[in-house]
Design a protein around this ligand. Structure first.
Ligand code: HEM
Length: 414
């Protein structure tokens, strides 16, 4: 195998590299020298094999436009695959989770659940999301300090995901605590487990199993209930495992990402007061500002594919079975696509960012996430004159998400 063309000399599986946020300087150099580069395995790298690091916007588009060659599922016959650097077992996660399936099964699941996030469905939930957001901010009345992550950014995505899945109000916070414990890599490396993560995963699975039983029997119309009953009595109906994995996926995909966009979106406005001022004076820029926040924060740092046969990507030979990682957060700073990519510009247009991915696996919740970010921004602009960071932002130890754990903020009231 010829990996000579471009080499990624920095270890992207060393989670310490991400402890201060996305290592932009590493990726700027990769885009310049080798937008498709090979990373040799290190002591940190799961499965003991290297992987391709695709950092350029064009190169990522080329890969995601050919899902038959760059599979979200696996290489033919492989025991593992999926969209994380570490292999997940085929038939348990890869090939079962919506985002880790290809072809007809992916299309069927995606078609079944899409109506729940159609513009009409989102119009229907918008008043409830606005009410909940107002209540979240009302809860801060009389205070000028908060942990913006825990007290604001976590809440709305959690509530929105719970509404989509029809999770009863009383169970929502327990679900979120388990989800946090599953994703946190504090004190463990990629591919390793911890008793906290295992316990939380087991609790989520037990809860999801009970909820699915309840949805199957009832007549609710939320996204999970729809998938539970679709194709009933035919070979198409989702299996128990598919349903449980879908539930898990939505809990994490729906809340972890959006909360980070909301928190880091406020951070970038605080650190760019001219842009905050511009937005305050021109609220008609809100739509563009949401897209720029998504580009800037890129909450999902990467997803992986696997080459299903020998192929080429942007002229680089890739061998069958190779892992290929697509770094959305790097594409979103690609100087070949964005003018002055390190300038935060709430009026940026056009803004072809890849924060939600592209093509067949394009984020199912993109419009819901956009709506949530917009609603929070509107409340922030209406209620406060300004904001200050009240201490350092504490992050999760991960190379997968722009994960914020705590964000102390001072709120300057009107
Ligand atoms: C700012 C917030 C969000 C970001 C940055 C984000 C990011 C992404 C990205 C990059 C992908 C593509 C994965 C790939 O190509 O392998 C994706 C897929 C997905 N997202 Fe999101 N997401 C966000 C919010 C949400 C929300 C709110 C939901 C809940 C409805 C959601 C559910 C999903 C699902 C189910 C998929 C898989 C779609 C498929 O494979 O067909 N996401 N997301």
């Amino acid at each position: 195998m010829d990996h000579a063309a471009g080499v990624c000399a920095v270890d992207l599986t060393d989670l310490d590299l991400f402890s201060g946020g996305f290592p932009h300087e590493v990726f700027t150099e990769l885009r310049r020298s080798a937008p498709v580069a090979w990373q040799e395995p290190t002591a940190h790298t799961p499965d003991g094999v290297g992987f391709w690091v695709v950092s350029g916007h064009d190169e990522i588009l080329e890969a995601v436009s050919d899902p038959a060659t760059f599979s979200s599922e696996r290489a033919p016959g492989a025991a593992g695959g999926g969209t994380l650097i570490q292999d997940l077992p085929y038939g348990f996660a890869a090939g079962v989770l919506l985002n880790m399936t290809d072809g007809p099964r992916h299309h069927w699941m995606r078609r079944t659940v899409t109506p729940a996030v159609s513009p009409r469905s989102l119009d229907a939930v918008e008043p409830e999301l606005r009410r909940r957001t107002a209540a979240i901010f009302d809860g801060l009345e009389g205070r000028d300090r908060c942990d913006f992550l825990l007290e604001v950014a976590v809440e709305l995505p959690l509530q929105a995901t719970a509404v989509l899945l029809g999770v009863p109000e009383a169970d929502r916070h327990a679900l979120m605590a388990w989800s946090n414990a599953t994703l946190d890599h504090d004190g463990r490396e990629l591919g390793e487990s911890s008793s906290a993560a295992e316990g939380a995963a087991a609790a989520t699975a037990a809860y999801g199993t009970r909820l699915i039983e309840h949805k199957r029997a009832g007549d609710e119309t939320d996204m999970l209930a729809t998938l539970c009953r679709a194709g009933a009595g035919t070979g198409e109906a989702a299996s128990d495992l598919e349903l449980l994995m879908f539930f898990n996926l939505l809990v994490t995909a729906g809340s972890e990402t959006t909360r980070n966009a909301i928190a880091l979106g406020l951070e970038v406005l605080v650190t760019h007061p001219d842009q905050l001022d511009r937005l305050q004076r021109h609220p008609s820029l809100l739509g563009e500002a949401v897209e720029e926040i998504l580009r800037w924060t890129s909450p999902t740092l990467y997803n992986r594919r696997t080459a299903t046969g020998d192929t080429e990507l942007a002229g680089q030979a890739i061998a069958a079975g190779d892992k290929v990682t697509l770094w959305w957060a790097s594409a979103n700073r690609d100087e070949r696509v964005f003018d002055d990519p390190f300038r935060f510009d709430v009026g940026r247009h056009p803004n072809p960012h890849l924060a939600f991915g592209y093509r067949s696996h394009f984020c199912l919740g993109a419009n819901l996430a956009r709506l949530e970010i917009r609603i929070v921004l509107e409340e922030l602009l209406a209620r406060f004159e300004g904001f200050e960071l009240d201490g350092p932002i504490e992050r999760f130890r991960t190379n997968k998400h722009a994960g914020v754990r705590h964000m102390p903020v001072r709120l300057l009231r009107r």
